[in-house]
Every structure is written in C-alpha cells, then in structure tokens.
Design a protein around this ligand. Sequence first.
Ligand code: COA
Length: 163
Amino acid sequence: MRLETMTGADVALRLRMESDPQMMAELGGPRPKEAIERAHASSLLQAAAGECWPLKIVPDGAVDAVGTVAVWKRSDDPGEMYEIGWMVLPEYQGRGLATQAVREVCDRARRERRFGALHAYPGVTNAPSNRLCEKAGFTLVGQVEVEFGGHRLHCNHWRIELS
Ligand SMILES: CC(C)(COP(=O)(O)OP(=O)(O)OC[C@H]1O[C@@H](n2cnc3c(N)ncnc32)[C@H](O)[C@@H]1OP(=O)(O)O)[C@@H](O)C(=O)NCCC(=O)NCCS
C-alpha cells in the first residue's frame, strides 16, 4: 500500500464513497454531491496552506486508489487540534489497508514533527473504526457528541500523541 496526495480529480473517489449509504451508515448517511465537492475543494486549499493532508490509499501493484485517509484542522476548535478520518471501498475492506494507512500517517507525522497529536471520532457502533484506532495505538479519551453534515453523532473520542 502507498499513500498519495489527492488532487482535484480525486473528487470522483470521494463522490463514490460519500454518496454510498452503506459507507456513510456511521456518518449520518450519504452527503449531498455539492457538500462533497465543497469539502474536497476546501481540503485541497487547506493542503496548499500546509494545514491538511488529503491522502488516497493505493494498494500494492495498483494504479487506482481504493480509499482515503485525511488529517485536517478542526474548525470548531480555537486551538491547534487535528482530526484524522478514513474510508476504504467495500470490496477492499478487511485487508488491513486502513490500519496500514493510518499507521503510515502517524509515522510520517512523527518524522516531520507535525500535529502534536491526532484525534479520531468514530461512531460508538463503528466497530471497524474503533478496532482500527485500538490497533494503530490511539487511546480512548471518552464519548462525545459530534456534529457532522447536519447530523449529531454519538462518537468515541480517540487520541494519539505524536511528539
Ligand atoms: C473503517 C474502515 C475504513 C476500515 O477499513 P479496512 O481497510 O477494512 O480496515 P482494516 O482491514 O485495517 O481492519 C480494521 C479492523 O477492523 C476489524 N473489523 C472489520 N469489520 C469489523 C466488524 N464489522 N466488527 C468488528 N471489527 C471489524 C478488522 O477485522 C480489523 O481488526 P483485526 O485486524 O483485529 O481483525 C472501513 O470499514 C470503512 O470505510 N467504513 C466506512 C467509512 C467509515 O465509517 N469511516 C470511518 C469514519 S470515523
């Protein structure tokens, strides 16, 4: 698996994943096309400013990406708080790709001394994501209500120290 920085063309991958009811089941349901396009454009702008890592996951020997892992600055936090999130297309799930990708992002952030710590907020019933956090070395902080796309989600708050 390798990670590559997303470009404008990768909006197609995000549209496929974030319009899929199955993939968005733990995230409040499918997002409208315009919201996905806006979010992607905004992540590329933040990346240009060095505040966001919008990455795609490409399996060994493949050309096309099958998922994403991204780090972004939380807009509702007055301090410097960075969140990480992930998605893998259903037909590529269960192969360890998301776990490898998240570990690689954490290793890179440690090497480059970026972010200080990363926070993740999977829904409390999102078993694969909560397991992923545990495997990647995050610590469970507690439970919180998170606003996403107009939905209030009951989430676990996981944190990993990188410095
Ligand atoms: C979360 C997600 C990215 C995981 O991707 P993945 O590449 O399949 O993850 P991995 O293969 O690295 O597996 C992670 C762990 O979850 C476990 N897992 C998978 N499905 C599970 C389930 N239904 N119940 C419990 N554990 C599960 C895996 O077995 C693995 O743990 P293990 O190594 O101890 O067996 C993928 O399920 C997804 O895209 N979900 C929809 C989007 C989403 O909810 N994103 C998270 C937002 S916070």
